[in-house]
Design a protein around this ligand. Structure first.
Ligand code: AMP
Length: 266
C-alpha cells in the first residue's frame, strides 16, 4: 500500500502515519524527519538544509526528490509506504509520478487532512508553550513565528499539490479537526474502499487471460476460419478450392435431383 498524507504542519499527519505503519506494516517516509536527521548528523545535505529548515522554508525540490528516490528503493519500503510531508510542491508531485512509473508502482490513496488554520495556530502555540514549560526538547522550527512562515509556505506551494491530485480525481479529504480516533477511522474507511476497488478491478494480465479463451472459442465456432490472413491469401485459396457446379438442363435451368459434380476451377 502506497499513501500520501497531505495537510499543513500540525494537522496530525505524523500521528496518523504512525498508526498506519503499525496497522499495515508499511514504512513512514517523512522528509522532515529525514532532513532533521541529516542536520543532526551534519551530513552534506544536512549542512546545506539547516538554515532553510530553521527559517521554515522549503529545501530545493531536487534534494527531497533524491532522498525519496533512494528511500523507496530500500527493502523495507517494498511492502509499501506513507509519504508524510512529501510531495510539497507540484514539481515534487510530478517527480514522484515519474519515480513510481519507472518502478511500475502506483499510489493507492492521496488523503488530505483538512484543518482550520486559525485553530491550528492556537493549538500549536499552546502545545509549544506546554512543552517548553515541561522542559521538553523543541524543534528549532517549533515556534509561533516560524510556524506562521511554514503555514504561508504550505498555502503558496503545497495547496497547489492538493489541487493537482484533485484534478486527477485521486484526492480524498478527511476532517483533520476531528478527534484523532475519528480521523484514523475515516482514513481506514478510505483505504478499505480503495483496496476493495483494487480487488474488483482486473489487472492487465487478468484481462489478457480472459480475452484469449474468448478468441479461441470464436475461431473454434467457425471450422477452418483463420485470423489475420491477407485478402490476397484468401483469394489464392479461393481460386484453388473446387467449385460446386450445378448441373443444368438445356434451357439453362437447374435439373432437379441431379447430383452436383465437382470440377476444378483451373
Ligand atoms: P515537516 O517536519 O514535514 O514539517 O518538515 C520540516 C521542514 O523540513 C520543512 O519546514 C522544510 O524546511 C523541510 N521539508 C520537509 N519536507 C520537505 C519537502 N517535501 N520539500 C521541501 N522541504 C521540505
Amino acid at each position: 500500500m502506497r499513501i500520501i498524507l497531505l495537510g499543513p504542519p500540525g494537522a496530525g499527519k505524523g500521528t496518523q502515519a504512525r498508526r498506519l505503519v503499525s496497522k499495515y506494516g508499511i514504512v513512514q517516509l517523512s522528509t522532515g524527519d529525514m532532513l532533521r536527521a541529516a542536520v543532526a548528523a551534519s551530513t552534506p545535505v544536512g549542512q546545506r538544509a539547516k538554515a532553510t529548515l530553521e527559517r521554515g522554508q522549503l529545501v530545493p525540490d531536487q534534494v527531497v526528490v533524491d532522498i525519496i528516490a533512494d528511500r523507496i528503493d530500500q527493502p523495507d519500503a517494498k511492502a509499501g509506504f506513507i509519504l508524510d510531508g512529501f510531495p510539497r510542491t507540484v514539481p515534487q508531485a510530478q517527480a514522484l509520478e515519474r519515480l513510481l512509473a519507472e518502478r511500475g508502482l502506483k499510489l493507492d490513496a492521496v488523503i488530505e487532512l483538512k484543518v482550520d488554520e486559525g485553530i491550528l495556530l492556537e493549538r500549536i502555540t499552546r502545545r509549544v508553550a506546554d512543552m517548553a514549560a515541561r522542559g521538553e526538547n523543541l524543534r528549532s522550527d517549533d515556534n509561533p513565528e516560524v510556524l506562521k512562515g511554514r503555514l504561508a509556505a504550505y498555502r503558496a506551494q503545497t495547496a497547489p499539490v492538493v489541487d493537482h491530485y484533485a484534478a486527477k480525481s485521486m484526492l480524498k479529504r478527511v476532517d483533520g479537526m476531528a478527534p484523532v480516533e475519528a480521523v484514523t477511522a475515516a482514513i481506514d474507511h478510505i483505504l478499505a474502499s480503495s483496496a476493495g476497488k483494487r480487488a474488483k478491478k482486473p489487472g492487465k494480465a487478468a484481462k489478457a487471460a480472459r480475452a484469449k479463451p474468448k478468441r479461441a472459442k470464436k475461431a473454434a465456432a467457425k471450422p477452418g476460419a483463420r485470423r489475420g490472413r491477407s485478402a490476397a491469401s484468401k483469394a489464392r485459396s479461393k481460386a484453388r478450392r473446387p467449385v460446386r457446379a450445378r448441373a443444368k438442363n438445356k434451357s439453362g435451368k437447374r435439373k432437379s435431383g441431379t447430383r452436383r459434380r465437382l470440377t476444378k476451377a483451373r
